[in-house]
Ligand binder design. Structure first.
Ligand SMILES: [Zn+2]
Length: 437
């Protein structure tokens, strides 16, 4: 695929033109198709969902189907002049407004004009507004006025990533559809199909990486695929792609979590700095570490590796690594990461912030004893009768004081009381003595 005059980015070239070609949104596309077949068309629809999942694509197919001259089973023919004009974006009855980039008095006028005149060519006139939550109050008012008494030829199709920012008065007059993030397997299939069509060889690991970086948005994954093609040519290989994207690979985070486990703050800082020297992005590093710990937590708490969006090799690595941690430990590490998140965005020195965070992770993991583990041990001693009640037990009393101190220290840090209370409850009733071995 040479970048000649005819070059189109994949997201555009392979944009679905029929309802059945849209990935992952069957509920929405089927409902709309049925509305067309049964001729039950509302005046306003709102499609909400994350970016790149097909909101405006569905809006255009809907407009196309409603004006198509050879409609078949609710699907547009994509051959009649009306369909062709909508695909090209030149149909006189289909208006598109991107509220994210056009804010102001013009929106109001565009909305009012849309309502005023009959459609020129087709039966219906469409007003598609992308990122509708960005409209001004005046524009929403103009829209509301029309929606209160809509002309029968007018259909509004609104799309938004933030439905909660759309006024309730508008929402209540729309049929609402919620679009889902696209599953990684479906993105892989879609990219595979494009690669085949474009005669591009791409190995499985690369496909997986591209789909994963798309993060639920097919359009983003297609964009990364295009970049990969322009860098790697007609044969996309994982090693080359990874180098090009300059991503810290999974091993990086296994290494980091091993250092945390060992409490090796010196090595972790040296290693982190070597990564930065290689040009790794700080935000990508932070996100990667967060995901890594999340994966560990999932394995520890569910023992279900299927839940990880990773290849089999990496899944096995996680199972091994998870054995080194308890759930409580990973939760504590995640808590520190979340606490840093807010500060990270606004920090003037993100590198220093990450370094101090890494040191804290090392420290917390080794210094703080896992209280829930200690409770489990004491409970099992009690259960086995190895812990016998006596009237005065100097050693245990002393231990309680120690534990209490540790708990208080921990409380101050974590603002958690439940563990301390659990321990007190356990010991307050009677004193116990651990028998001499
Ligand atoms: Zn048609």
């Amino acid at each position: 695929m040479a970048e000649t005059k005819g070059y189109q980015v994949s997201a555009r070239k392979y944009r679905p033109q029929r309802f059945e070609e849209v990935s992952s949104q069957e509920f929405v596309t089927e409902t709309l198709r049925n509305a067309i077949v049964t001729d039950k068309i509302a005046h306003a629809y709102i499609l909400s969902g994350p970016r790149g999942v097909g909101k405006t694509t569905i809006a255009r197919i809907f407009a196309k189907a409603l004006n198509c001259k050879n409609l078949k089973n609710g699907e547009p023919c994509n051959e009649c002049d009306s369909c062709i004009e909508i695909t090209k974006g030149t149909h006189p009855d289909v208006f598109e407004l991107d509220a994210a980039s056009n804010r102001g008095i013009d929106d109001v006028r565009a909305i009012q004009d849309a309502a005023k005149f009959y459609p020129i060519k087709g039966k219906k006139k469409f007003f598609i507004v992308d990122e509708v939550h960005m409209l001004t109050g005046a524009a929403f008012n103009a829209m509301l006025k029309i929606l209160e008494e809509p002309p029968e030829y007018l259909v509004f199709i609104l799309a938004t990533t933030n439905p909660e920012k759309v006024p309730q008065t508008i929402l209540s007059r729309c049929q609402r559809f919620v679009l889902k993030r696209i599953k990684i397997e479906e993105i892989i299939e879609s990219i595979k199909a494009i690669a085949k069509e474009e005669k591009i060889k791409v190995d499985d690991e690369s496909l997986f990486l591209i789909a994963k970086l798309g993060d639920g948005a097919l359009r983003d994954a297609q964009g990364i695929f295009d970049m990969a093609v322009s860098f790697c040519g007609s044969n996309i290989k994982f090693d080359e792609l990874n180098k090009f994207l300059n991503l810290p690979d999974k091993e990086t985070f296994f290494k980091i979590s091993d250092y945390i486990q060992e409490g090796n703050s010196k090595e972790i800082i040296l290693y982190f700095n070597s990564l930065i020297d290689q040009g790794f992005d700080l935000q990508t590093f932070y996100n990667g570490l967060l995901e890594h710990l999340r994966n560990l937590l999932i394995i520890i708490s569910t023992k279900n590796i299927e839940l990880l969006n990773e290849s089999d090799v990496i899944r096995n690595r996680y199972t091994q690594s998870a054995g080194k941690y308890t759930e409580g430990q990973v939760l504590r590490l995640l808590k520190i990461l979340f606490e840093s998140e807010g500060r990270f965005k606004f920090s003037g020195n993100q590198k220093l912030l990450l370094e101090s965070m890494l040191i804290e992770l090392c420290r917390v993991n080794t210094e703080v004893k896992d209280l829930s583990e200690m409770i489990a041990v004491v409970n099992s001693l009690k259960k086995n009768g190895n812990l016998k009640p006596v009237k005065q037990s100097f050693r245990i009393t002393e231990s309680i004081v120690e534990i209490d101190k540790a708990v208080k220290k921990e409380e101050a840090k974590q603002e958690k009381k439940s563990l301390a209370e659990m321990i007190k409850e356990m010991f307050n009733a009677e004193d116990y003595e651990i028998p001499k071995q």
